[in-house]
Structure formats: structure tokens, C-alpha cells
Design a protein around this ligand. Structure first.
Ligand SMILES: Cc1cc2nc3c(=O)[nH]c(=O)nc-3n(C[C@H](O)[C@H](O)[C@H](O)COP(=O)(O)OP(=O)(O)OC[C@H]3O[C@@H](n4cnc5c(N)ncnc54)[C@H](O)[C@@H]3O)c2cc1C
Length: 383
């Protein structure tokens, strides 16, 4: 069975690695000429990291990543709202691990090393089915090829999705932007994540093994400088987060330490359908995530593993059956995860003082056991 995977990101590489284990050698086309740093870390819950057990890469994740034991949420003045001990579920289902996206991609690339990877390549045309029931594809280098099945793993703005479905994706746009950067911060406790939730602004610190990912969130309409203008951008952040820095001077130092800001728009996407004949969508291409619940990469890896499992039960002729089963198996749970991340975004990305105050009161009284329980429950839900 010839499988084309469009996009060599988290979902695409996971899928390729799982197919290789079945003795199938997929083709991956990846738009980028080389994998580059995108400036952010990924928090892997057991929901996603468990897939790495089956790829022989879990121990490496633990070695290269950073186990997070503590998740603290404070208000804009540094007042503690939540202090969640993440270590309490680690023994039962496994820990939460933070790793830079670059390192995760590297690890998955290694697992998918024997795939036929074509960097700097996209799909220019896609037609299905041809007379033999195959999908005809023309690649951006002009090569025509035919595949039994094509999987769009090409991310939140998926060109594959636009090629095979007329209906545009359903988009939730918060109008907020996240500026993300790396900071050395050697004194930062490596097992602690900290989020400061203010009115119209958000600050987050997430340590990986050798550095800390720093995030500043704000409404795009209030931004007065370009993130690429380093010094004006730092001055802008100092002004915006003056109250935060007054309560925790490490926030000011984190801003000063930036050498480059990466800007991410806080909008997601949801495809109306996942499957059209022999073309399917997986990962953010099917259901794209805001980073708020830290669920996108987790869902992408889990879905890719489920898709590979369904594909293991078919041949080229019956491939569309596997796609149908995959959608039935994963769609509800992935859309629920996305709904949670949208809800959380509505809590975090708050502009109004009264709403921010009410939100803070709610967060203070939200049972920690429930927060941790949700993570454990996710692991006891078939996916
Ligand atoms: C700041 C930030 C923080 C995040 N934090 C977390 C977190 O803590 N936990 C978590 O679970 N998730 C997190 N996420 C979300 C997570 O990164 C995504 O959900 C995940 O990467 C989705 O995987 P994917 O493979 O579907 O898409 P991607 O990883 O985006 O990969 C898509 C790939 O397709 C390629 N591509 C695009 N177009 C084409 C084309 N036409 N042809 C060929 N290739 C193409 C791209 O170059 C890319 O390599 C975060 C996201 C951001 C932005």
C-alpha cells in the first residue's frame, strides 16, 4: 500500500514511524527545506507521550525533556491562585514532560528515519480516484505519482484540507497573539511551570531541560510594535507587564533576555470532515489547537497512532475503510479536547477588569483534584 503523508510535523512523523513498523514505507513531503526552531516547547501529557513507548523513544523523551512537577497560576500581582502538584499522577499514568518542539521533531524524525522524506516539497495537484482507484498527485517538483491513500498532516492551515473539501474550516479566533522566546534563566526551578493571568495580558514560563520557554500574550489590537524590532518590542513588553514584574522580578529579566520573539496568532481551525474518499486529515489539519490546554501535539500523536492502527488492517483497495474507522474512533474525543482548549482561552484571554476578577475568583476555588483528575481520566478513555 503506497501512503503519501503531506507534512512532516508531529502528526506526519508519528504516522510515518508507526507505518514503518508495519513494514510499509510511506512518502513524506515536507514544505520546509529543513526543520527549524519555531521558538516553543511542547508539554506532553501521558495522553500523547504514551505513543513513544511503542516507538522505542519514551526513555529518550525523559532524557531529553524535563518532567514538570509543579504548575502554578498567579494573578497579575503575583497572588497565588492555583498550585497543582503534577507529580501525583505520574506513578499511575506517567509524568508530564516538557520538550522543545525541535527536540520532539528530532526524536520523531529518528523514529521515522527510514521513510522516504522529501524536504522542500509540496503537493501541487491532487485528483481522486483515477481508473485504478488511486489518488493521482503532482508534486511541486513536477513529479506525477499515484498513491493508495493520502494523509494531510500539514497543520492548522492545511492546504490538503482546502484541496479536498469545499467548506472552509470552522475557526475560533481569540484576537490575541502570543509572543514566545527562549531564555537561559539558569536559576529557574526546572520542574516548575508558572502562568500569570492578568487583565488583557498573560505571561508564562515553561522550562525544558536546558532553558525556559517564555510566553507573553496580549490582544493584537493593542500591540504597537513589531516583534521583529527587538528593542522596541522589549520596551513594549516591559510597559505592558510592569505590574507583573513588580511582583516577580524574574519576569522583567525574562523579557530582557530575549534574542528573538516568535509570534503566534491565537486562532484555531476545525475541519467539517476528516475524510474524502482516499484522502484523510490528521493532527492540526483535522482539528487545529490553540496552545491553551497543551493538547494539540498530544492529540496529533495519539490520532496518528490510531490512524496507523486502522491502516494496519487494510490494503490499498480497502484503504478508505480505515480512514472511515479512524474518523469514527478519534473525532469526538479530539473535538472535545479542542472545545476544552477554546473554553480555557476564553478564561485566559480576558480584557475586562470585572471579568478578570470573577475569573480569578473561580480559578482560586477550582478543585485541584478535578484538574488533575481530568488528566487521569483522559488516559482511561479509549482513543
Ligand atoms: C506556542 C505554541 C505552544 C504549543 N504548546 C503545546 C503544548 O504544550 N502541548 C501540545 O500538545 N501542543 C502544543 N502546541 C500545539 C502543537 O504544536 C500542534 O498542535 C502540533 O504541532 C500539531 O501537529 P501537526 O503535525 O498536526 O502540525 P505541525 O506540527 O504544525 O506540522 C505541520 C507540518 O506540515 C508542513 N506543511 C505545511 N504545509 C505544507 C504543504 N503544503 N506541504 C507539505 N508540508 C506542509 C509544515 O511545515 C509542518 O512541518 C503549541 C503550539 C504553539 C504554537
Amino acid at each position: 500500500m503506497r501512503v503519501l503523508i503531506v507534512g512532516g510535523g508531529v502528526a506526519g512523523l508519528t504516522l510515518a514511524a508507526k507505518l514503518l513498523q508495519q513494514g510499509r514505507r510511506p512518502v513524506i513531503v515536507e514544505k520546509a527545506h529543513a526543520f527549524e526552531d519555531k521558538g516553543y516547547a511542547i508539554g506532553l501529557y501521558p495522553l500523547g507521550s504514551c505513543v513513544l513507548h511503542g516507538l522505542g523513544k519514551y526513555d529518550e523523551l525523559i532524557e531529553r525533556g524535563q518532567v514538570a512537577d509543579s504548575y502554578r497560576i498567579v494573578d497579575g500581582r503575583g497572588g497565588l491562585m492555583q498550585d497543582v502538584d503534577l507529580s501525583i499522577f505520574a506513578g499511575e499514568i506517567g509524568p508530564m514532560v516538557l520538550i522543545s518542539r525541535t527536540e520532539l521533531i528530532d526524536l520523531l524524525q529518528d523514529a521515522a528515519g527510514d521513510a522516504d522524506v522529501r524536504m522542500g516539497t509540496t503537493v501541487s495537484e491532487l485528483h481522486q480516484p483515477n481508473d485504478s482507484g488511486l489518488v493521482d498527485v503532482v508534486l511541486s517538483d513536477g513529479t506525477p505519482e499515484a498513491f493508495d491513500v493520502v494523509i494531510g498532516c500539514d497543520g492548522i492551515h492545511s492546504p490538503t484540507r482546502s484541496m479536498v473539501f469545499d467548506a472552509p474550516a470552522d475557526v475560533f479566533d481569540s484576537n490575541w497573539v502570543l509572543w514566545v522566546w527562549w531564555s537561559e534563566m539558569p536559576a529557574w526551578p526546572r520542574n516548575e511551570m508558572l502562568e500569570s493571568w492578568g487583565k488583557g495580558r498573560f505571561f508564562g514560563l515553561y522550562p525544558v531541560a536546558d532553558r525556559v520557554m517564555v510566553c507573553a500574550g496580549m490582544n493584537e489590537n493593542h500591540i504597537t510594535v513589531e516583534p521583529t524590532d527587538l528593542q522596541p518590542a522589549k520596551s513594549y513588553l516591559h510597559e505592558l507587564f510592569a505590574e507583573f514584574s513588580a511582583s516577580d522580578e524574574r519576569i522583567g529579566s525574562a523579557i530582557d533576555s530575549s534574542t528573538r520573539f516568535f509570534s503566534w496568532r491565537m486562532a484555531d481551525a476545525r475541519a467539517h470532515e476528516w475524510v474524502n474518499g482516499r484522502v484523510g486529515l490528521c493532527g492540526d489539519a483535522a482539528v487545529g489547537f490553540l496552545p491553551t490546554a497543551g493538547a494539540g501535539a498530544n492529540s496529533a500523536m495519539r490520532s496518528a497512532a490510531a490512524l496507523a492502527d486502522e491502516l494496519s488492517r487494510v490494503n490499498g483497495q480497502t484503504a478508505s475503510l480505515a480512514l472511515e474507522m479512524f474518523e469514527k474512533r478519534c473525532r469526538k474525543i479530539v473535538e472535545k479536547n479542542q472545545k476544552d482548549s477554546r473554553r480555557l482561552a476564553k478564561y485566559i484571554f480576558v480584557e475586562n477588569a470585572m471579568m478578570a476578577w470573577s475569573r480569578n475568583e473561580l480559578v482560586k476555588h477550582y478543585p485541584v483534584a478535578k484538574m488533575v483528575g481530568d488528566i487521569v481520566d483522559a488516559m482511561h478513555t479509549p482513543f
